[in-house]
Design a binder for this molecule. Structure first.
Ligand code: ZN
Length: 206
């Protein structure tokens, strides 16, 4: 369903159905205490950057400024033509309104299907994230404390971002699963494309 080739060349229906049924945050979806905690850190001048895999915009709703936010797997806030040679942008709300009314969202320039700007498997990360990766993730190299919250570290390359911090930087892991139960591969730069991890857990330094 989240495979770009399948979406472009086979069928958009499974993804569009999933969008309407499950993906779009409902009116009762609100930022959690954790989202507000990140915003609190920013208000105290303690947040250098928030990298998130979330696509649901809740960090923004909690007040984390867009300039400090890297939505590594994209966002539902915006959408665009899925044709790589076109990529005409639109806003996410108009795409979802079209889907909810039973229509098929297509590009008004080239007729290709539109999709929210979330990263499918095999697709590149958002350009600002690619640029940070090319620079070697300088935010992480200079941070003095890394908080890792609510992730099983199963999707690359995001899972390996935690290894970009200096060895002297404490890393604190908050998750429903205990540390060490996740699986992640060694960092391999496959051009910044999203992929599932095939490797095994590397363990945490204390
Ligand atoms: Zn187009």
């Amino acid at each position: 369903m989240f495979d770009l080739d399948y979406f472009l060349h086979t069928s958009q229906a499974p993804f569009y159905d999933f969008c309407v049924r499950s993906l779009l945050p409902g009116p009762s979806t609100r930022p959690t205490a954790t989202h507000h905690f990140i915003s609190l850190l920013e208000s105290k001048g303690l947040l250098s950057r928030c990298y998130t895999q979330n696509i649901d915009m809740l960090e923004r709703l909690a007040g984390v400024p867009s300039g400090l936010l890297y939505e590594v797997h994209g966002t539902l806030r915006t959408a665009s033509c899925a044709n790589e040679r076109c990529r005409r942008p639109t806003d996410g709300r108009s795409l979802f309104d079209k889907l909810k009314s039973g229509g098929m969202p297509t590009c008004d320039r080239c007729g290709s299907p539109q999709k929210p700007d979330i990263v499918f498997f095999g697709e590149k990360m958002p350009r600002p994230v690619q640029e940070q990766m090319k620079l070697g993730l300088p935010d992480l190299k200079s941070c003095d404390l890394l908080l890792v919250m609510g992730t099983s570290l199963a999707v690359q390359p995001f899972a390996s971002f935690i290894d970009a911090v200096p060895r002297s930087t404490p890393r604190v892991f908050f998750n429903v699963r205990s540390e060490g139960s996740g699986r992640r591969g060694e960092y391999e730069d496959a051009g910044g494309s999203l992929r599932e991890s095939a490797g095994s857990w590397g363990g945490w330094r204390s």
